[in-house]
Design a protein around this ligand. Structure first.
Ligand SMILES: N[C@@H]1[C@@H](O)[C@H](O)[C@@H](COP(=O)(O)O)O[C@@H]1O
Length: 261
């Protein structure tokens, strides 16, 4: 795992952009795993700048969302499909036809579960995810894999924790409007991506980051799966890095593997 600590959210977005672009097939968009939330917004803005500068082109790319609420119509402004259309497709030039989002509109559990299995199959048919962009919840969740999620889980129907519903209530008119369930890529699905790039900024993420990066590999902190992946990059600002014990080593390691002191 590579841990990059930068001074501020802006520099974290730049460093994360570098980690994403260097994991994609040269100059082309490839297959991107997309996270919602405030954490990756600066990264998406930097990717847009890279597109404008001609360094990458997402017009042929595919995107796979990490998760989706259950029970919101696909056109609902807070459905993750609509969020990604606004915050990613429109920003980086990813065509709508290339955007894949789990189907949370099924009327029955069986329909939702069938949609979840089809989603994993679609990721496989696209050749797998080149770079999965991740945020982390304050309780360590990744996608909507709440604490206790199986480390080898696949895309599936899950119930949201009260904490996550509370954290996301700001996007809805009333607390009671926040969906109770979701379809999320499983932790095993996330681990299949060829590179993981997690970005976290702000003091509210410091405890989750310390647990994910330096705590035990455990379902109690889904973010700890990064420790199990062979190509995981964690990009932080100072505030999100505040709980890390091994800071000095991460700074040394950032100087690279050249055999000089
Ligand atoms: N499902 C999303 C996650 O993918 C995201 O990483 C997390 C953190 O959001 P934020 O980046 O806004 O703190 O919240 C949501 O629940």
């Amino acid at each position: 795992m590579e841990v990059i600590v930068t001074p501020a959210p802006e520099s974290a977005a730049l460093a994360a952009t570098h980690a994403v672009l260097s994991g994609l097939p040269a100059g082309r968009g490839g297959v991107l795993g997309l996270a919602t939330g405030s954490s990756p917004l600066g990264l998406y803005a930097e990717l847009a700048a890279a597109v404008a500068a001609g360094r990458v082109d997402f017009s042929d790319a595919k995107g796979f969302a990490l998760d989706e609420y259950v029970g919101l119509p696909a056109e609902h402004p807070q459905s993750y499909r609509q969020v990604l259309i606004r915050e990613v497709c429109a920003v980086i030039g990813l065509p709508l036809a290339g955007l894949n989002v789990p189907d949370g509109t099924g009327a029955t559990q069986a329909e939702l579960e069938a949609g979840a299995a089809a989603y994993d199959a679609a990721i496989g048919a696209a050749g797998g995810v080149d770079v999965q962009i991740l945020g982390i919840g304050a309780n360590g969740h990744v996608g909507f894999n709440e604490p206790g999620s199986s480390l080898s889980s696949r895309t599936r129907l899950k119930r949201l924790t009260a904490r996550t519903r509370q954290d996301n209530a700001r996007f809805f008119d009333h607390d009671g409007d926040v969906p109770t369930h979701c379809i999320t890529q499983g932790l095993g699905t996330v681990l299949d991506a060829r590179r993981l790039v997690l970005i976290a900024t702000g003091a509210a993420k410091a405890a989750a980051i310390a647990a994910a990066v330096e705590g035990p590999l455990t379902a109690s902190c889904p973010g700890s799966i990064l420790q199990w992946h062979a190509d995981a990059v964690v990009v932080l600002d100072e505030a999100a890095a505040a709980g890390l014990a091994n800071r000095g080593y991460y700074e040394d390691a950032a100087r690279g593997l050249a055999l000089t002191p």
